[in-house]
Design a protein around this ligand. Structure first.
Ligand SMILES: Nc1ncnc2c1ncn2[C@@H]1O[C@H](COP(=O)(O)OP(=O)(O)OP(=O)(O)O)[C@@H](O)[C@H]1O
Ligand SMILES: [Mg+2]
Length: 250
């Protein structure tokens, strides 16, 4: 029996830009994520990290390649099926919530869609808020009434509502100050252990990824140029590019 929750094979994305021809944003990327594993994906701006995550979440169609999620071909599955297994947390939590609806409504939406009654969903929202360290009355607040860190906790609660097997965090802590960043990473780590959930953790900060992830991938110009445990990648990088990335931040 395979322990992989995600298997990505030879993934490619070509964007056609008006008047500028084709642009290869992701160029033959392959990797696996095991159940419960946290895989860090790092690399400079424009290297293709978000494009990879967006294809896994079925927000974008790959030009080529295969994405098997829990044994199922993502590119052929319908969006709803994929959403039940993968959830994304983005950089700007305030923007990912509808400003006219309370956080409780946002978090509870998928529960109602899944057939829970309003009362059941309310109870579950309170439980999810507690799990991410927020008081129950935050369910009545609007996104602009909470801090960035609190809103990111609410976004994580919303992602957890459907108990995904894989959480895609695309720069989920990049907009937060260092203390709050550490709190969110600790929260993610705790939740992953509790739920046996896997995570693809995309970030610019190799030091942050080093402390949090089980394994790291480094992307450069659409390709994976390095792969290993955080210590292997940081202490003995094989590629010049990775050395530069490490020297610039550590
Ligand atoms: N819809 C699109 N159409 C055309 N080009 C795109 C599109 N989306 C992304 N790109 C290009 O693909 C490349 C990879 O973008 P991507 O967003 O995946 O990078 P990234 O590694 O996530 O960068 P960042 O760290 O800044 O978030 C970039 O050059 C970007 O301009
Ligand atoms: Mg990005």
């Amino acid at each position: 029996m395979t322990t992989e929750i995600l298997s990505v094979q030879n993934l490619k994305k070509i964007f056609s830009r008006d008047g500028q021809g084709d642009f290869v944003a992701v160029d033959g990327v392959s990797f696996d994520i095991a159940q419960g594993e946290c895989l860090g994906l790092i690399g400079e701006s424009g290297s293709g990290k978000s494009t990879v995550a967006n294809m896994i979440a079925r927000l974008l169609d790959p030009t080529e390649g295969q994405i098997l999620l829990d044994g199922e071909d993502v590119t052929k599955a319908d969006v709803r099926t994929v959403c039940r297994k993968v959830q994304m947390v983005f950089q700007s939590p305030q923007e990912s919530f509808d400003p006219r609806r309370t956080l409780g409504d946002g978090i509870g939406e998928s529960l109602l869609t899944a057939g829970q009654s309003a009362a059941e969903a309310r109870e579950e929202v309170a439980r999810l808020l507690e799990a991410v360290g927020l008081p129950p009355d935050f369910a009545r607040r609007y996104p602009h009434e909470v801090s960035g860190g609190q809103c990111q906790r609410a976004a994580i609660a919303r992602a957890l509502a459907i108990e995904p097997k894989l959480l895609l965090c695309d720069e989920a802590t990049s907009a937060l100050d260092v203390t709050v960043q550490a709190e969110i990473v600790a929260l993610l780590s705790h939740l992953m252990r509790g739920h046996g959930m896997a995570c693809l953790f995309i970030c610019h900060d190799i030091a942050l990824a080093q402390g949090f992830c089980d394994r790291l991938l480094v992307m450069y110009h659409g390709k994976i140029v390095e792969e290993g445990t955080p210590d292997e990648v940081v202490q003995s990088p094989k590629q010049e590019y990775t050395k530069m990335l490490i020297d610039s931040v550590l």
